[in-house]
Design a protein around this ligand. Structure first.
Ligand code: ADP
Ligand code: MG
Length: 428
């Protein structure tokens, strides 16, 4: 029987509000259509096999990075500190040039254009406001430098100041502004140029939790209204997931996965991505010698319904896949007995840390101790440490992150190899 892969529950991209549903705040001017787009090239921002080395002894900072960022995207590039995020932004902005590869915007090759010749503006991590200029002069700085200060661009400035709620602050100097206000000035200074791409380097890293959520909402609203491509880089997975409709993970200068936030979160394609997305519950699994449909985890055996396409694998159990009530569809259901060690109340749901003690089949006498993170919406109930609970898991909810070894003989065609996305356990 062939290994059948379950279709991911399809998650729509962020809905773009209808024109009339847009918030009543002053609207920012829209950009005219590109005059350079060619008939065949894809629109949006295309990064093609871009590499960059600063110091040859330290190797490539970016190593064959390819991304296609669709028009209208709020794209988030997520990765640990030092992985090359700011470098990629600097290449898009024209502040550095790649050693290899191309950058295309709406079909036009902008790889070698100087920064002022590309319709790209940046909000830097430290905002980089001019301390000796007041808010207004900071905002018009770029227009002045480009000698494009005229009645039309001044109208855009006025509108941008209103839209970003900076009215009344025009004469104030940067050191008298709060962090959130400085950020809005930096945004205004970038947006008055009406860029096709706005680059945001760690825009929320300076903000406390309350401001973070407000700034996140404002950025999202702004992006939807302007239809400009926003490219945000961050090391914070929550910041990236809450605002973006497309995401990629950068690790050691390479893109390891690009997907919509929800799918990246629920279907990571490697242990690195899973861990970076904050996942616990990653276990090694072996294909059973006795039955190739069975995956043996340290504390359970799961029947995938069809022969497993690997010998050993790392598998992820999403914490919300572990149910405290048996589901209606009980085919192949795995039942586990666990002890609650800790219950953490997180508002609308509860995170339970549970321990399991089961003998590892195939290794007689060996005892494996495993800890499971369980997320349940049942926050009305008290969970006491030491309490015994029964957990239910559908084998189809297991996510294979990385696998090794061949398919067993006669197991049907091999599934797609490579980085095309995470494999899942099949159902018959
Ligand atoms: P991130 O923004 O993800 O934290 P960066 O892109 O700033 O990472 O830096 C990635 C790596 O490239 C770091 O090791 C950094 O030291 C190095 N790097 C960045 N810019 C330069 C530069 N201009 N010269 C030399 N090394 C650099
Ligand atoms: Mg950086």
């Amino acid at each position: 029987m062939a290994h059948t892969t379950i279709k991911y529950r399809d998650v729509p991209a962020l809905p773009l509000p209808a024109e009339e549903a847009a918030p009543a705040a002053p609207s920012l001017p829209r950009h005219s259509a590109s005059s350079v787009s060619s008939a065949t090239a894809p629109g949006g921002l295309v990064i093609e096999n871009v590499s960059k080395t600063f110091d040859p002894r330290r190797g490539k900072v970016l190593d064959g990075v390819s991304l296609h960022i669709e028009p209208d995207s709020f794209f988030a590039l997520l990765g640990p500190s030092g992985c090359g995020k700011s470098t990629l932004l600097r290449l898009i902005a024209g502040l550095e040039y790649p050693d290899e590869g191309r950058i295309l915007l709406d079909g036009e090759d902008i790889t070698r254009l100087p920064p002022q010749a590309r319709p790209v503006n940046t909000v830097f991590q430290n905002f980089a406001l001019f301390p000796h200029l007041n808010v207004y002069n900071n905002i018009i700085f770029g227009l002045k430098a480009k000698k494009t200060l005229n009645a039309k661009s001044l109208a855009t400035v006025a509108e941008t100041i209103r839209a970003l709620e900076l009215s009344g602050l025009e004469k104030v100097f940067p050191d008298q502004l709060s962090g959130g206000q400085q950020q809005r000035v930096a945004l205004a200074r970038a947006l008055v140029n009406q860029p096709k791409v706005l680059l945001l380097d760690e825009p929320m890293s300076h903000l406390d939790d309350y401001l973070k959520s407000k700034v996140g909402q404002d950025l999202l609203e702004l992006q939807r209204r302007l239809k400009t491509i926003f490219v945000m880089v961050t090391h914070d997975r929550e910041d990236s997931m809450t605002v973006s409709n497309d995401m990629a993970i950068l690790h050691d200068g390479r893109i390891v996965q690009q997907d919509r936030p929800r799918r990246l979160f629920s279907r990571p394609n490697s242990a690195f991505v899973a861990e970076f997305m904050g996942k616990a519950n990653i276990f090694s699994a072996k294909r059973s010698q006795a039955d190739p449909r069975h995956a043996e985890l340290p504390f359970m055996t799961a029947d995938s319904g069809s022969p497993l396409p690997w010998e050993t694998a790392l598998v992820l159990i999403n914490p919300d896949s572990l149910l405290l009530e048996p589901p209606a569809d009980s085919e192949g259901l795995v039942t586990l007995t666990a002890t609650v060690e800790q219950a953490r109340y997180r508002g609308y749901n509860v995170e339970l840390l549970c321990s399991l003690r089961n003998s590892f089949r195939g290794e007689p006498g060996a005892q494996a101790f495993s800890r499971l993170q369980v997320l349940t919406p049942n926050h009305a109930r008290e969970w006491a440490p030491g309490e015994e609970v029964t957990l239910y898991l559908k084998p189809s909810e297991l996510v294979t992150l990385e696998s090794q070894g061949d398919r067993p003989a006669g197991a049907g065609p091999a599934p797609d190899a490579g980085n095309g996305g995470p494999a899942e356990y099949g159902t018959a």
